[in-house]
Design a protein around this ligand. Structure first.
Ligand code: 3PG
Ligand code: MG
Length: 401
């Protein structure tokens, strides 16, 4: 990452607007934060700014309110939590721009922290609207992007705002991009990609892109069914992407050409329906019943995958191995999480559901790195550019002031 960071700019006494991704999972009924990883991940940047006497103005989205204020997507609950883990008051406003915000900021002193209301309450945010971006920019002297989880969005508080303020990356954005770029740039070998999740179509670009770097690719989850079908196995009622069968064949051929070992499940858990009450059984992939569907990898596959991963120096994991939301279909995913946690290798976990699983099992600290960005990490590993990162000036381009 060659972007200017918060370390490259004088922040003392300045009003610093920090875009963070506090889009945290909340319990539907109680509205309690169920995973605060994204909040904790921004503490280094926030503390860095507090320690240097900056006025720290945080802004974030929460959920998808669609351009209007929705009470249950207010950020006050996050401010309260942040205040607890930060050990100092965090003020909140009921909007992210306007006279109330101006007044609150006027009263701030160096080291104070304020969290503005959900930026997606304004339609201009997701439209990357110039006047909304300007209204946000007017609140501050410096802009810091530390919202790695949202850095793939071309939104006003991510992209547009960089036109109106000196803009730099925060410490989380710096770390995430370094680690994830490093996955591709200088892999230690043997290097394996463990990939799951529902659809091949979501992961094609990443599969294509990491194919040149890995020694083995292990494929589980819903997308394994499309690969099995492409190899002419009966896949029963499993969801198949019929228009991706050729892609799967192409990827398997490319693996052979590149000398990449591509491992598919050798046995699977099948269920007669997708529910906690379903009947389930373990079958070899040759014996998948035509009226059942694949819901997880089987015990032989777990062994087979484990053996491969145990030989690795580096593993990147993205996507669950089965329908892990239903406990009896979660064993494959849980086994892989425990195995990775036990490896003496560099283990990098893509964001989104994979990160939530690992964190939920209390294994995050046992991994080398857990990304806070689902879509963002997927795009980065697909070789695509991230608009929020693109919008920040490179170190060498930066004006000296
Ligand atoms: C996320 O959780 O994926 C990020 O916060 C981005 O949110 P979005 O997918 O609603 O843009
Ligand atoms: Mg998302």
């Amino acid at each position: 990452m060659d972007k200017m960071t918060v370390r490259d700019i004088e922040v003392g006494g300045k009003r610093v607007l920090v875009r963070v991704d506090f889009n945290v999972p909340l319990n539907e009924e109680t509205r309690v934060i169920t995973d605060d990883t994204r909040i904790r991940a921004t503490l280094p940047t926030i503390r860095y700014l507090i320690d240097r006497g900056a006025k720290v103005i945080l802004c974030s989205h929460l959920g998808r309110p669609g351009g209007k204020a929705i009470d249950k997507l207010r950020l006050s609950i996050v401010a309260k939590h942040l205040s607890q883990i930060l050990g100092q008051p965090v003020a909140v406003t009921t909007d992210c721009i306007g006279p109330e915000v101006d007044k609150t900021i006027e009263k701030m002193r160096g080291g104070d922290v304020l969290l503005l209301e959900n930026v997606r309450f304004h339609p201009g945010e997701e439209k990357n609207d110039a006047s909304f971006a300007q209204a946000l920019a007017q609140l501050a002297d410096i802009y810091v992007n530390d919202a790695f989880g949202a850095i793939h969005r071309t939104h006003a508080s991510i992209v547009g705002i960089t036109n109106y303020l000196p803009a730099v990356a925060g410490l989380l954005v710096e770390r995430e991009s370094k680690v994830l770029e490093g996955v591709l740039a200088n892999p230690t070998h043997p290097f394996a990609g463990l990939l799951g999740g529902a659809k091949v179509s979501d992961k094609i670009c990443m599969l294509e892109n990491i194919m040149d770097r890995v020694d083995s690719l292990l494929i589980g989850g819903g997308m394994a069914a499309t690969f099995l079908k492409a190899k002419s196995y009966e896949t029963g009622l499993s969801l198949i992407e019929a228009d991706r069968l050729d892609t799967a064949v192409g990827l398997m051929e490319k693996a052979t050409r590149n000398g990449v070992r591509l491992l598919l499940p050798v046995d699977v858990i099948v269920a007669n329906e997708i529910s906690a009450e379903a009947n389930v059984k373990t079958v070899a992939i040759e014996n998948i019943p035509s009226d059942w569907r694949i819901v997880d990898i089987g015990p032989q596959t777990i062994k087979h995958f484990s053996k491969e991963l145990e030989e690795c120096q580096k593993v990147f994991w993205n996507g669950p191995m089965g329908i892990y939301e239903i406990p009896q279909f979660a064993e494959g995913t849980k086994n892989m999480a425990r195995l990775l946690a036990s490896l003496d290798a560099t283990t990098i976990i893509g964001g989104g559901s994979t990160a939530e699983i690992v964190t939920g099992m209390g294994l995050a600290d046992a991994m080398s790195f857990v990304s806070t960005g689902g879509g963002a990490s997927l795009r980065l590993l697909s070789g695509e550019t991230l608009p929020g990162l693109e919008a920040l000036p490179n170190k060498k381009e930066a004006k000296s002031d």
